[in-house]
Design a protein around this ligand. Structure first.
Ligand code: MG
Length: 240
């Protein structure tokens, strides 16, 4: 496949970062028990992702901003992601980060690792002077409630029929979106979901695994797109 026809879509929490920062913030600064209940409701499809974030924001009384920033600073990304970004740039492969988390910590994490100019889409988190949280969801789509930031729409808007699309993710907010892509790299809950639903995927632990596999795919002459993903994209493009 031609490198310029590749579009990569990457989840943030638990995929680029070693742990889910969004969840970790609410566990640390809110209540562990409330967080568990709310997250379990999300994972059992009782509530939408948007509702989950709203409930979690409500579960926090007040946060000291400095403590919050220090906590975010203490969390790390997968170190192999840095090399992966370079690999994409060297090969002129376009990638987009699609996060169902928040701009507030994504910005901090990227700048700590000196990653500049990465295109990402996420929800927005605001912390007022009294230290309470509120969220906004600029890319919400009620038809796709598993992610408050509709990842599926970003894939449709940033790819075309000719592209080979690649999805890299680990969790609940990826399970609908990943199905629109030709190649899926999955770990944790997304891996379990793909196995259960018999959706083809490559397992991965870190971005070195992903990079090696993509380098292999690029060399192939006749690379097949995933038929189910093509059908899904086709009907989405027609509906636009
Ligand atoms: Mg994730």
């Amino acid at each position: 496949m031609k490198k310029r026809d590749i579009k990569i879509f990457i989840d943030f929490d638990g995929t680029i970062t070693l742990e889910d920062i969004g969840e970790a913030i609410f566990r640390k600064f809110g209540s562990e028990e409330k967080t568990n209940i709310i997250v379990n409701d999300l994972l059992s499809d009782k509530i939408s992702s948007r509702q989950c974030w709203d409930d979690l924001c409500d579960s926090i009384d007040s946060v000291n901003k400095q403590e919050l920033n220090d906590f975010i600073d203490s969390l790390d990304i997968d170190p192999t992601f840095i090399e992966f970004v370079k690999f994409c740039k060297d090969n002129e492969i376009k990638f987009f980060v699609l996060s169902d988390g928040f701009d507030y910590y994504i910005e901090k994490v990227f700048s700590k690792s000196r990653l500049t100019g990465i295109k990402y889409y996420s929800n927005k988190l605001f912390i007022d002077n009294s230290g309470s949280f509120s969220a906004e969801y600029p890319y919400y789509d009620a038809d796709y409630p598993t992610s408050a930031n509709c990842k599926r729409n970003h894939i449709i808007n940033n790819s075309s029929d000719e592209d080979y699309t690649i999805y890299i993710g680990d969790g609940n907010s990826d399970k609908d979106a990943a199905q629109y892509c030709d190649f899926i790299f999955a770990k944790n809950d997304l891996l379990k979901y793909c196995s259960r639903e018999k959706i083809g995927f490559y397992p991965f632990d870190n971005f070195s695994d992903v990079q090696n596999k993509i380098a292999e795919l690029i060399k192939k002459k006749n690379l097949k797109k995933r038929h189910q993903a093509e059908l899904k994209r086709k009907s989405a493009y027609l509906a636009e």
